[in-house]
Write a protein that binds this ligand. Structure first.
Ligand code: NI
Length: 257
């Protein structure tokens, strides 16, 4: 079965058919879903989905593009949500210099504070790094992320970075639809460098639909396309990779049978 380790089913793109779609996931070979959080106002919806669907888990955290939504008490709020038994990670957190660089300093501060909280709560982090590899790596290093571990979601860094992420940071590396794009030479090289026991798959849905659905609304069932691309890269049958990534995801988020 597929473990989609990064989704946003609370997004308004699913408003029309969210329940129908989520209810159909087990028939579509999707066994587990980790729903990430971008800002704390999403948490009531995320917890509702977690309560309703046994195969949906959640994370809580503030995305770098949403740092301006952080109240003075945001860390206490995150901690409160993190107590829910199906909230298993702090995320998504990190740095994004693609859309905006004028919040760089607050992005860095809030990233650091959330890693410290994750370590204190002993929960893995879900890291978003876009056009910010140097600063992201430096902060993860300085904040001793290896103590809580986590995942680099929608990985866009180099093959060289993979070594430090998996060996020193005790983290996993996740790939989604962008791996299937024709021009994805660098991500494919990076994927090849990931040890099999650290590899994960994800959608980031509703975004990042794989070929041949590129540009359309993404969903967890389309991960079979990502698995086929990984099968090419590793020369391992897709069903085997599906099982490996499923087990890896369960280990990362500490999901028991
Ligand atoms: Ni995301």
């Amino acid at each position: 079965m597929i473990f989609d380790t990064h989704a946003h089913y609370n997004d308004e793109a699913f408003n029309e058919d969210r329940d129908e779609l989520l209810a159909s996931m087990p028939q579509k070979n999707v066994g587990l879903i980790m729903n990430a959080c971008s800002k704390l106002s999403e948490m009531d919806d995320i917890i509702d989905m977690c309560d309703k669907y046994p195969f949906v888990y959640g994370a809580v955290g503030i995305h770098p593009e949403e740092v301006e939504t952080a109240s003075d008490e945001y860390l206490a709020e995150i901690e409160k949500y993190a107590k829910h038994h199906k909230i298993l990670a702090i995320g998504e957190i990190g740095l994004d210099y693609y859309w905006t660089t004028d919040t760089k300093e607050s992005q860095k501060r809030i990233f650091r504070e959330q890693i410290r909280l994750a370590r204190r709560l002993d929960m893995p982090v879900i890291v978003h790094d876009r056009e910010a590899h140097g600063d992201t790596m430096q902060i993860l290093r300085e904040e001793n992320v290896s103590e809580c571990g986590g995942v680099f979601h929608c990985y866009s860094g180099s093959a060289e970075m993979v070594k430090e992420i998996t060996e020193k940071f005790n983290m996993y590396v996740a790939f989604g639809g962008s791996l299937t794009f024709k021009n994805a030479v660098k991500p494919r090289e990076a994927a090849k460098a990931v040890p099999l026991d650290r590899l994960l798959v994800e959608t980031d849905c509703p975004y990042m639909a794989p070929v041949p659905f590129r540009g359309k609304r993404n969903c967890s069932a389309y991960i079979d396309k990502v698995l086929l691309t990984l099968s090419d890269i590793f020369d391992i049958p897709a069903p085997e990779l599906e099982q490996i990534t499923f087990e890896n995801g369960k280990r990362l988020f500490r999901i028991e049978d």
